[in-house]
Design a protein around this ligand. Sequence first.
Ligand code: ARG
Ligand code: ZN
Length: 858
Amino acid sequence: PLIRRADYKPFPWLVPETRLHFDLGIENTRVVSTLKVVPNPDAAADDVIRLNGDGLQVSSVKLDGLPVKNWEMDGPDLVLPLSAGAHEIEIVNDVSPEKNSQLMGLYASNGMLCTQCEAEGFRRITFFPDRPDILSTYLVKMEGPVAQFPVLLSNGNKVSAGESAGGRHWAEWHDPWPKPSYLFALVAGDLVARTDSFTTMSGREVDLAVWVRAEDLPRTEHAMDSLKKSMKWDEEAFGREYDLDVFNIVAVSDFNMGAMENKGLNVFNTKYVLADPDTATDGDYDAIEGVIGHEYFHNWSGNRVTCRDWFQLSLKEGFTVLRDQLFSQDMQGEAVKRIEDVRVLRAVQFPEDSGPLAHPIRPDSFREISNFYTATVYNKGAEVLRMMRTMAGPVAFRQGTDLYFERHDGEAATCEDFVKAMEDGAGLDLRQFRLWYSQAGTPKVEVSLTHKGDTATLALKQTVPPTPDRIAKKPMPIPLRLALFDRDSGSHDGEQLVILSEAEKTIAFEGFARSPVLSINRGFSAPVSIEREVSTEDLVFLAAHDDDPFARYEAMQDLVVAHLVAVCSDSLTGAAQEAGRKAIAGALRKVLTDDRLDDSMRGELMMLPGQTYLAEQFLVADPGRIHAEREALKVALGVALESELIALHERASTLPATLDHASRGARKVKAQALVYLAAGNPDVAAKMAAAQYDAAQTMTDRQGALMVLTGLPGVARTDRLIDFYNRYRGNELVVDKWFALQASSLHPDAIEHVKALANHPDFNLRNPNRVRSLYMAFAGNPHAFHAASGEGYRMIADLILALDPINPQTAARFVPPLGRWRRIEPQRAALMRAELERIAATDGLSRDTYEQVTRSLG
Ligand code: ARG
Ligand code: ZN
């Protein structure tokens, strides 16, 4: 059934207290749940209580201490008649963690037990009103064999523990903070911890622990450092203090997503915990810091203030992504982090917003909420809050968030509550701005600058494109940071913030004897696409002179995008195309040789726009053509700049293999230099990459070199791929990289490699990281996925069908790449559509996959 936001009703009952008893076993775990329930004064009374379940078998039900038989199952739910007043309900049921391949609820991973309850996994453990507006305190007692489960963890503080007969033991955990069921967690297994402590701003001493398998302990230092930095940063940046005596993080190899913010017991995908320089790249280090921060920050934005219903998901996710982005900006450098975040937004969220799965950051309906943990809810959600921060300024924004936390602490809130707190606390008028919550689609802003006399006139026009949910759209307030550069001095008189609230607007700027150069949407102040006629000359100017680092990056990107779009549309041929390449090569040469640039920023400026982003520029794209033209440009640049690229690589190779900013920047430009050289001069690049691989002291250098070699046919490729596997076999996360490198490679036979890897003994459909490492990498590899034969589409459809019965949540994540068919040239579009139809015609699809496939077919 379709669930609608408009249908929200408070639940007739409240559950002030929950007691859970777990008799733990891998094959079978017995759960005894005791709920105190009282009528909800804010809801219409009911004479039954509906407790959600999912695949649960009931053993017994007691009401107020007495066995009852008058309950019934309604589908998966248990419905029990209940008279007015307070009651105690006790339910006994069994679950089989070992059989749980969905990885939702209680499941087994490498002999340990763990849980994932967000969004609706708690109902796979026991019967409960499994909705985020039912807040309860939890007392959890768990027991099991000591040898098998020496460590027993749950939310909150440990209140008691002891041994029982027959080699068994138990522990009892109490979480004093009322929370919704999606924040429940339990972990039992043979784990070891890196421990530390943190003293909060009011002097509370918090015990910290990162729990992992014994062999992984040496790779936990960075995670612990990141946690302490996060705790300190949230106090300083948002005034938020931690509120329990312990904070536990557990790393799990089998996990559907990145991590989960369960109260006091964050459960993480190992990918976002484990790192050392030999096995993790610089990018991995940053991602770990960001995700540790993200989950930690949820303690306030998500846990202390939670969501009323799942339509409000962006309330906690958009806000927490903004918080983790600001944290990473402070830790890693603002400019580069902003560029990276925008690149992700454009590569993932823009296509979502322009395709069949488009939805507003606060959706109006869904069938399966797991399908709405999207780049739109998360990343565009963060952009929407960032716009409020840009309009209010950081100080007033902080007053808004302070008021929000103060007003709604302990509550299940709505997006509207957040906006209201921003209006009252930050002093913004957000009446029209609320449209950003209800309208999907990336707004387009058409920009033109004309000049006459001493006046420059800026004309702006916005359109919000139609999306499947809604055709007619209203203009939204779009905050645009802009500057007008004087061509001669290369400087400007200060940045301005223009808020485009109407469909069209013109602004006159006086005092410009010559036409100025416009820099607009600086810092990516609004998540829109800017369309303007701009000369190559102006872009080259901005790429060299703009004092806003993001705008400088943007000018480089625009230069290349405009060129490739023109080439792919056959509107730039012969001499004009040659001139365009020359201009790009000139701008890139400046980037390579400008010694005032820091390498980390240089690495960003060197990156060519991705193929999905390029495809977005066309109503109907030809992925084959885009790939070929982008590669041809790389060849031209690699040839034209060979000596500069080699010199840059040599210079960067002299830096030590340490984790400081300069060394990391050096590794980034080395990888980029190899990418261009591999196109321009494959023989030289193969030698350099092989040498870099052999001498590598970090995973960043080793992976960067292997990525280039993997795309080049030849012996160096095979030798190093074999070496890499043998060197790291047994290390799951590095073997994931080995799969992903081959699946995403430029090698002409990548598709054959993927087929072979699917039969590799290390491939395993039950492990989401491994599935993603092979098939997400493949689906994101345009020349392989979009093979004209349609074979790539068939392989992804086959994967979806094989995975759906095992892990529907992960299977459904592979539908969006096929769902792009409407925006692809007709022959491929037909093949993609046929695969979607083949999936749709299959019996017994999960709700997850069914929803994504039917929406994608339209
Ligand atoms: N709340 C988690 C996070 O953003 C994600 C959990 C998603 N779980 C899911 N089953 N979809 O950090
Ligand atoms: Zn989150």
